[in-house]
Design a protein around this ligand. Sequence first.
Ligand code: ZN
Length: 277
Amino acid sequence: MTTPCIITVAITGSVPTKADNPAVPITVEEQVESTQESFEAGATLAHCHVRNDDGTTTSDPERFGRLVEGLRKHCPGMIIQLSTGGRSGNGRERGGMLPLRPDMASLSTGSCNFPTRVYENTPELINWLTAEMKTYGIKPEIEVFDLSMLFKAVEMSENNEIEGPLHVQFVMGVKNAMPVDRPTFDFYVETVKRIAPDATWTGAGIARHQITLNEWSLERGGHCRTGLEDNMKLDRGVLAPSNAALVQRVVDLCPKYDRHPASVAEARSLLGLPAAA
Ligand code: ZN
């Protein structure tokens, strides 16, 4: 018996453009189509940002609503996670779509530097986003850009501000934040096992490091994130033709580590989410 790996596909993000890779889905229709292909390839969790048709970032709840509706229709049971990340709006705008009640939403529990700016998450904003997620029955995915963010999430879980068990994501390779470093990764894994033993976790690597974090996560029993939000290329110089192609790359790696892509039922059970309707 192999153990399941939840494959997250981060389809769009807020930075990549069609000039970076024509396969980046921008319109809601493109996003639904790209997610469906990824779902059919083996992804069971979609991490979503929305854009205006001209590619600029937005956090428009109406647009998120159309995306959620399309995904529920075309990817039955897939876990929908909406981003509350800081490139999509300011302050509470970032959580304006939470009343849509997606299965999950991303939540950063601290601040750090990004390539050209501060990724600011004030304690007040973190508390507000967390309370909104609790109100609407949304499971947060804790975005861990450095170790303090993991400790903060565990504290919030112990205070019942976040309903457990936690799901955390270790993000490595964002310029000016935590680089891709194996001893640090191993320390993250040991620390989450020590301070939140029932937590699940995913590793996310940026650009050419995407595949590195996929392999490390499969090896250490974690889950995997892939997709065009984080990485444009399949291999050195070769643009990924689709999000599904990046998902397929993880699917193909699974047997090497005695893993298999989680089914919808397995993914929902592992994350403590209700079974698909
Ligand atoms: Zn994102």
